[in-house]
Ligand binder design. Structure first.
Ligand SMILES: *Cc1c(COP(=O)(O)O)cnc(C)c1O
Length: 399
């Protein structure tokens, strides 16, 4: 950690993020243009609706949407979009939410999309006052089920793009939109963690929601893009349930800057840098007993590969979860992507590294695997106990 690392001053651990664009780790490295813009606007007065107008034009340019607006987070955007679908521009109805008396208040979502990104998607819907109507079962949803679930009370249908959702047996977005539109139901797409700013609108979505602080490298924020009237109705929710979800001038200006930077980002260069990290890690693990590493493309087709590392305790003398935990400790903690670790593997995500951190990660892997090798007993802790300890640990804050 360099002398100028703010984390040292604050007493924080100098974590290296191989996990992904995780809110719990600070989401992403904010791009320099956004940092400069945020610094410049913080001390200035500005007319917020004009700043949102500029954001709208910028979002429209990048997404192909009619309009856009910025809010606190993608999670907030889910709530605002559902609220907008129920109230339209009716200011009295906006002030009455979450009481939905007299409004169409049913929001459809496939059961396999009712996932948690850190909070439940469907809670974001309910927060608007809407009633969640699940479609299909966890691993299967059919067009007829979506069609059959639409009533005269239906306000919107939500579609989630994420590695969290069930990745088979779901209705493709295009079909989903066609069925909803046949009955005049708008489709809201949660694309929080997606690179592509156009394809979901092209597939027919009426509103698409992104996180500003994930791949875009903006400050903590949510981006809403889509049909002008619906976007306007989202923005108007700031007079109601959206007030507590509003974004400040620094967030808005930062998102505009991050979107501008996205337009000129050297995507090929970044990809090459990520590939180099994967190569460094593959070489470090090559020939080690019990370790198999494969390059794994992103499950939702973001242009991004991760290293998927299978750990067989018989050969490596350590389980995948114990290795993940040990990597996350010490002077140079490396946080890996371990949400499927009970299957005996974790991922290394190369897209949030500072220059040369890939070498530290390789050293840490070598270090921990060498230490495990020297242990007399295989290091395999009880995974269920680990899970329960993590749940209990969450309740210990702030101690
Ligand atoms: C991250 C994420 C969210 C939440 O985004 P925030 O901007 O952090 O609120 C919602 N949906 C999905 C699919 C996500 O990955």
């Amino acid at each position: 950690m360099s002398q100028t690392d703010i984390r040292q001053k604050l007493g924080l651990r100098p974590v290296i993020n191989c996990s992904g664009t995780m809110t719990s780790l600070g989401a992403s490295i904010v791009v320099p243009h956004a940092i400069d813009t945020i610094t410049a606007i913080l001390s200035q007065w500005t007319e917020i609706s004009d700043l949102q107008r500029i954001a709208s034009r910028t979002i429209a340019r990048l997404t192909g949407a009619e309009a856009g607006c910025v809010t606190a987070s993608c999670s907030a955007a889910i709530t605002l979009a559902c609220a907008a679908a129920m109230t339209g521009k009716d200011l009295a109805a906006i002030e009455r939410l979450p009481d939905t008396t007299g409004l169409n208040n049913e929001v459809l979502i496939q059961t396999g999309h009712m996932v948690s990104y850190g909070a439940p998607v469907e809670q974001g819907i309910r927060l608007s006052g809407a009633k969640v109507v699940p479609v299909g079962q966890a691993t299967s949803a059919y067009a007829y089920q979506l069609e059959g679930a639409i009533t005269e009370r239906t306000a919107a249908a939500v579609y989630v793009i994420s590695h969290h959702v069930v990745d088979y047996g779901q209705i493709p977005l295009k079909t989903f939109c066609e069925i909803a539109h046949k009955k005049g139901v708008p489709v809201i797409v949660d694309a929080a963690s997606e690179y592509d700013l156009k394809i979901f609108l092209e597939a027919g979505a009426d509103l698409v929601l992104y996180s500003g602080h994930k791949f875009l490298g903006g400050p903590t924020s949510g981006i809403i893009a889509g049909a002008k009237d619906l976007v306007a109705a989202c923005y108007l929710q700031n007079r109601g349930v959206g007030r507590g979800m509003k974004i400040g001038k620094e967030g808005m200006a930062g998102v505009i800057a991050a979107l501008e930077a996205w337009e000129t980002r050297d995507h090929a260069g970044i990809r090459a840098r990520e590939q180099k990290a994967l190569d460094v890690w593959t070489r470090a693990l090559d020939g080690r007993d019990g370790i198999t590493a494969i390059v794994d493309p992103d499950p939702t087709f973001n242009p991004l590969d991760r290293l998927k590392i299978f750990i067989d305790p018989e050969g490596a003398n350590i389980s995948a979860w114990d290795l993940a935990d040990r990597l996350g400790k010490g002077e140079r903690p490396v946080i890996v992507r371990d949400h499927e670790v009970e299957h005996g593997y974790f991922y290394l995500d190369p897209c949030n590294l500072h220059p040369d951190e890939e070498y530290i990660v390789a050293e840490r892997l070598t270090e921990e695997l060498d230490t495990a090798r020297k242990s007399n007993e295989p290091i395999v802790s009880n995974i269920e106990a680990r899970r329960l300890a993590q749940e209990a640990g969450a309740l210990n804050w702030p101690d």
